[in-house]
Write a protein of this length. Structure first.
Lengths: 114, 115
C-alpha cells in the first residue's frame, strides 16, 4: 500500500515497550484536542480526545497528557504492539464561531519492531 | 471501519479532465467535512457542511473545486480541469453536532493521481 508520511519523524520501539509521541500545538485558545492514528492507505482513525480543562485522560492502553503552559500534548501507548505501527497526528479544535475546524499537527511515524 | 464511505478509492486522470468524488457520512451525522492530504502532511481543511448548507470554505478551495450536499446526506466534491498539483488524498469526515465534542470520523479517502 501507499505510505503516508514518507518524510515524517519516526519513533522506533520494541514490541511490549511503552511509546510516547509528542506534539506542540499553536493556538492557546483551542478548546479540545484529539489524537488520530493513520495506517497506510487509510483515513485517520480517532484514538482519544481531551478537553482543554483537563490535563490527563486515559483510554484502553493509551493516555493523553495536556500541558497548556507550554502548549504541549503527548500520547502514551502502553505495551506497544505491531498493530500500533502507523502515523499519529494530534489535532486541535476551537469552538469559536460555531464551527469546529480540525487543525492537524505534524505527524509522527511509530514503527514497532518484534 | 468508521461508517464513513468514499468512492472511488483511487482515481487516475489526465490533466484537464474533471473528476467527482462521493462521500457517504455516518447516517445520523449532520456535519460533513472535506480535507486534502498530501504525502508527509496532516489533512488540510477544504470545506464544511451542516446539513445541506455549505458554511465554510478554505482558501485552498480554488474556483475549480465545488462541493455539494444536496439532501444533507451524501456529498460530492468535483474538481474541474484537474492539474498535477491536485494529486492528493481527498478525505471526508462526518460528525454529530450538539451537546458533545463533535468528534470527526474519517472515511478511507480517495487517492487522486493527475498525470
Amino acid at each position: 500500500g501507499e505510505s503516508v508520511g514518507l518524510h515524517l519523524p519516526t519513533l522506533s520501539v520494541q514490541e511490549g515497550d511503552n511509546s510516547i509521541i509528542n506534539c506542540a500545538y499553536s493556538n492557546s485558545a483551542s478548546d479540545y484536542f484529539i489524537w488520530y492514528k493513520q495506517e497506510s492507505g487509510k483515513g485517520p482513525q480517532f484514538i482519544i480526545d481531551i478537553r482543554s480543562n483537563m490535563d490527563k485522560r486515559q483510554g484502553q492502553r493509551v493516555t493523553v497528557l495536556l500541558n497548556k503552559t507550554v502548549k504541549h500534548l503527548s500520547l502514551q501507548i502502553a505495551a506497544t504492539q505491531p498493530g500500533d505501527s502507523a502515523v499519529y497526528f494530534c489535532a486541535e479544535i476551537s469552538f469559536s464561531g460555531g464551527y469546529n475546524k480540525l487543525i492537524f499537527g505534524a505527524g509522527t511515524r511509530l514503527a514497532v519492531h518484534p | 471501519d468508521t461508517g464513513v464511505s468514499q468512492d472511488p478509492r483511487h482515481k487516475i486522470t489526465k490533466r484537464g479532465q474533471n473528476v467527482t468524488f462521493r462521500c457517504d457520512p455516518i447516517s445520523e451525522h449532520n456535519r460533513l467535512y472535506w480535507y486534502r492530504q498530501t504525502l508527509g502532511q496532516g489533512p488540510e481543511f477544504l470545506t464544511y457542511f451542516q446539513n445541506e448548507a455549505q458554511l465554510e470554505k478554505s482558501r485552498l478551495l480554488s474556483d475549480r473545486f465545488s462541493a455539494e450536499r444536496p439532501k444533507g446526506s451524501f456529498s460530492t466534491l468535483e474538481i474541474q480541469r484537474t492539474e498535477q498539483g491536485d494529486s492528493a488524498m481527498y478525505l471526508c469526515a462526518s460528525s454529530l453536532s450538539g451537546g458533545g465534542t463533535d468528534t470527526q470520523y474519517f472515511g478511507p479517502g480517495t487517492r487522486l493521481t493527475v498525470l
